[in-house]
Ligand binder design. Structure first.
Ligand code: GUN
Length: 285
């Protein structure tokens, strides 16, 4: 079997067109969606992510604000900026790029962002709402995976799904979203006994463990849907995912590449959350 490739770039483009259209309607009614991004330090990957987020906002017709601080900035300065942005009615989304330097308690920073403007979906209140199956801001990467499955017609209800990885950003919310959609979900991680055995039983595999080519063809059930959230930099500078794409695509029915799979969906869903926040603000008046 040779898998069909799930083209995240093409799906992201379509979803972004729809978002831009809805943003134009909102702008015509007097509300311009606005995302504020805070970047602390000089991590090169974070700088690229932030640049891409700002560029995506502009392309969709949103306003964007960028605040950059040196790695040794005092936490109070950043907390002060978050408080200012929380109080600014023209700002609909606030995103603090992670990771933060060691003088920061990341949980405290994420909690400082108003839950109403938490377009990353990382605030404990939004995470709790997600867990209860209530409306909130959903974390962008797992929400992007759900959108890809929906657009490509993958039935989730009743399926056995395995999520590899248990991070707050991807693994845990991914498992909850699949569960809410009716899958039977197993979460595997670095301490799991017989990880390969669990993966082998899965109709849907989501790999988010951060280890290059960790999931190999022999671990995959023939015909499974394989979603690769990993972005790993190889010694030669090339990017690769958590799945051995060449081997796995011979066994799976549907597979995402890296790059060009889940990656473009993350920023798309960030735009979606920012639009949603602006729509909610406009409805509140
Ligand atoms: N660092 C890596 N991924 C993310 C993300 O989705 N949001 C934020 N804020 N930081 C990140």
């Amino acid at each position: 079997m040779t898998a069909r490739i799930l083209d995240g770039k093409a799906i992201a483009e379509k979803v972004r067109e729809d978002i831009a259209q809805k943003a134009a309607q909102l702008i015509a009614q007097g509300t311009t969606p606005c995302l504020a991004v805070i970047l602390v330090g000089s991590d090169p990957a974070s700088a690229v992510y932030v640049r891409n987020k700002v560029a995506a906002c502009e392309k969709a017709g949103f306003r964007s604000l960028k605040f950059e601080y040196a790695a040794d900035v005092a936490p109070e300065v950043v907390f002060g900026k978050i408080a200012e942005l929380n109080a600014d009615a023209s700002v609909h989304g606030i995103l603090v790029q992670l990771p933060l330097p060691p003088q920061f308690d990341a949980d405290k920073v994420l909690e400082a962002v108003s839950a109403e403007k938490d377009v990353d979906g990382f605030h404990a209140e939004n995470f709790g709402m997600l867990l209860q199956g209530r409306e909130s801001f959903y974390p962008c990467t797992p929400w992007g995976v759900m959108k890809m499955l929906e657009v490509s017609g993958v039935e989730v209800q009743g399926k056995d799904a395995v999520v590899i990885g248990r991070s707050n950003i991807v693994g845990k919310p991914m498992a909850v979203m699949l569960l809410t959609a009716g899958a039977t979900v197993t979460v595997c991680h670095s301490k799991t006994k017989d990880l390969a055995g669990h993966v082998k039983r899965a109709d849907i595999v989501v790999a988010a463990i951060g280890k290059p080519r960790f999931v190999t063809a022999d671990m995959i059930k023939p015909g499974a849907v394989v979603i690769d959230v990993g972005v790993n930099r190889l010694p030669d500078g090339k990017l690769c995912g958590d799945v051995d794409f060449a081997g796995a695509s011979e066994v799976a029915s549907l597979i995402t590449p890296v790059p060009g799979g889940v990656g473009p969906m993350t920023i798309t869903m960030l735009l979606g959350n920012t639009l949603l926040s602006a729509q909610r603000a406009a409805a509140r008046g």
